[in-house]
Write a protein that binds this ligand. Structure first.
Ligand code: HEM
Length: 138
C-alpha cells in the first residue's frame, strides 16, 4: 500500500511539474520573441564560416517569414506553416550530418546571443531534431 501511495504521489508530482511548464511558444516570448529569435538565427547562419555560403542567394525576407511561421507552429503557437516541406526545401543540397551539426551549433549561438535560456533552447532543439532525416542527404 505504501508503495502504491508513493507511486501515485510521484505521478501526481510529475503531472504538476509538467503542467507548470509554459507552452514553448510563450517561453520563447510569443510573436515578438520568435521574431527576435529568427533575426538572430538568420544572422548567425549567414555569418557561419562553414554553412554561411549555403545562404548566399537566400531571399532573407521570405526565409525569415517561413521560419517565423514554422517556429510558431512547432512551439504550439497556432500558426500555419506555408513554406515548402522539409524534404523539398533542402532537396538538391545534399546536406551532411556534419552540416546539420554546424546548423545546430549556429542555432545555439544565436539563441544564447539573443538571451534565450538553456532550457528553452533545449526544448526548441528537441522539436527540430526529428526533422533531421528530412533535411540531410536530400
Ligand atoms: C530542423 C532543421 C531545419 C529546419 C527546421 C529548416 C527550416 C527551413 C525552412 C523553413 C526553409 C524555407 C522553406 C521554403 O523555401 O519555403 C529552409 C530553407 C533552407 N535551409 Fe533549412 N532548415 C533546417 C536545417 C537546415 C540545415 C542543416 C541547413 C544547412 C546547413 C539548412 C539550409 C537551408 C537553406 C540553404 C535553405 C534555402 C534558403 C533559400 O531559399 O535560399 N537548413 N529551411
Amino acid at each position: 500500500m505504501r508503495l502504491i501511495c508513493a507511486l501515485m504521489l510521484s505521478l501526481l508530482l510529475a503531472a504538476c511539474a509538467t503542467s507548470r511548464e509554459p507552452r514553448l511558444y510563450d517561453a520563447l516570448g510569443g510573436d515578438a520573441g520568435i521574431e527576435k529569435l529568427v533575426d538572430a538565427l538568420v544572422a548567425e547562419y549567414h555569418a557561419d564560416a562553414k554553412i554561411g555560403f549555403l545562404f548566399a542567394e537566400t531571399d532573407d525576407a521570405y526565409f525569415k517569414a517561413r521560419l517565423r511561421e514554422q517556429l510558431c507552429a512547432i512551439s504550439d503557437g497556432g500558426c500555419d506553416y506555408t513554406g515548402l516541406d522539409m524534404v523539398e526545401a533542402h532537396s538538391g543540397m545534399d546536406l551532411s550530418e556534419a552540416q546539420f551539426n554546424d546548423f545546430v551549433d549556429a542555432s545555439r549561438r544565436a539563441m544564447t546571443r539573443a538571451g534565450f535560456a538553456i532550457g528553452v533552447q533545449n526544448r526548441l532543439l528537441a522539436r527540430l531534431a526529428p526533422m533531421r532525416g528530412d533535411v540531410i542527404h536530400q
